[in-house]
Design a protein. Structure first.
Length: 411
């Protein structure tokens, strides 16, 4: 491919941004900066764009590189860096990377919109969970959007080089994110082959990226933090009664956020003091003992807090329009609100609903609960998924540490 001059590169980038729906106001801002960059390049005698040219440009005009190293950039300064990074990305990949999807619909091409609709139906027929379907569809749509940016109009024009080039655009993301994207594209390619839209088995030719769960330490709460969080809830208000019951289900029974949102009246077996439901992630049945504290919190909400609406779901929104929580709502804002009220640092760790589940696992581990029992409580398919919590038990990890003097004496 012939290398484009800076002016040609910026022209093509502008056309792609217009296709992506950038507003005229945003385009005016970018065009002003592009004219400044072109003039700067001319003064330097440069015809082509390079990373060093972009860095020299922002340093000359905005003096922000030192701040960038110190992570002290303002939003406007970050935008200035975004401008040159976008040019570099477009030069490398011929597409706009890591843009925020301001519109719910990523695709605008009728052909690919239809493909996405059929792919979603395919995933549903495969009996994938709603969360998996949502990931597969969204990430495949981003891949199709990339195809459009490469002037690909039909699936039959897809080849392995295009797929690999798209995977290269994921450089810089975490292993887990890359793994999820590749998994989604692999499922999408399998769908294309099975439905006769492509003839090549691209799914088997794609790279494997295995992101080990054991590479990170789960975020957990201390008993004191949990106490402060719970005490910050106004248990006398309808919303407080709901939030109190939700948080207890997460930290006392270890329920996933999606499973809490999906709970229905029939899942509560009051006479047997059991909570029985089908897990959204594993599709397997799980039966947990309904402890008095959790049970009474749910009863208090149902009797005195829940809006009088016709919905099979136990937990619903308390603002109009009343109804169940959306699939994309992870209830993280609920946790963050009470952390602020309890004066707990919100930037210290990831403190969403899932961290409460992690906390239960770590507490069970500290109480010498067998890993197999913890796995059963959390609803894991195997103990490998549970083993990640071993790293949280610092006391037991210390017992595994080698004695330095003993080791050095054997050298």
């Amino acid at each position: 491919m012939q290398k484009k001059t800076l002016e040609d590169l910026i022209h093509d980038l502008g056309q792609e941004m217009l296709r992506l729906g950038y507003t005229e106001g945003t385009m005016k801002f970018y065009r002003r900066r592009w004219r400044m960059l072109i003039q700067f390049a001319r003064e330097k005698g440069e015809t082509y764009y390079s990373e060093s040219l972009g860095i020299d440009f922002v340093e000359e005009y905005f003096r922000i590189l030192e701040k960038d190293f110190d992570r002290a950039l303002s939003q406007s300064e970050t935008q200035e860096l975004r401008i040159i990074r976008m040019i570099g990305d477009f030069q490398l990949h011929n597409t706009v990377l890591r843009r925020y999807y301001k519109h719910k619909e990523i695709l605008t091409d009728p052909y690919f919109i239809d493909i996405s609709s059929h792919f979603k139906q395919y995933c549903t027929e495969k009996d994938y969970s709603n969360v998996t379907i949502d990931h597969y569809v969204k990430q495949s749509e981003r891949f199709m959007d990339y195809l459009v940016s490469q002037s690909i109009s039909y699936c039959r024009a897809i080849n392995l080089t295009l797929i690999n080039d798209y995977i290269k655009t994921l450089a810089g993301y975490t292993y887990k994110t890359v793994e999820q994207n590749i998994c989604s594209i692999r499922a999408f390619c399998r769908f294309l082959q099975e439905t006769g839209r492509v003839q090549t088995d691209f799914a088997s030719k794609m790279p494997m990226v295995q992101a080990r769960k054991q590479t990170h330490i789960p975020s957990v709460w201390t008993p004191d933090e949990l106490k402060k969080l719970v005490n910050a809830i106004d248990k006398g208000s309808p919303k407080g009664k709901r939030d109190y019951a939700i948080i207890l289900l997460a930290c006392c029974l270890g329920l996933r956020c999606t499973d809490i949102k999906n709970l229905k009246m029939e899942n509560f077996h009051w006479e047997e003091k059991q909570l029985v439901f089908i897990q959204s992630k594993t599709r397997s049945a799980l039966s947990l003992p309904l402890t008095p504290e959790v049970g009474w919190a749910v009863i208090d909400y149902l009797k005195y807090g829940r809006p009088k609406i016709d919905s099979p779901y136990v937990f619903v929104k308390h603002m109009a329009p009343f109804g169940p929580f959306s699939e994309g709502d992870h209830l993280n804002q609920l946790i963050k609100r009470y952390m602020e009220l309890a004066h707990l640092p919100t930037l210290k760790k990831k403190r969403g609903m899932h961290s409460l589940r992690h906390t239960l696992a770590s507490m069970l581990l500290e109480n010498d609960t067998p890993l197999s029992a913890i796995s059963d409580i959390l609803g894991h398919v195997d103990t490998d998924s549970t083993a990640v919590y071993l790293k949280v038990d610092i006391k037991k990890l210390k017992e595994c540490a080698l004695d330095f003097e003993e080791v050095s004496s054997h050298e």
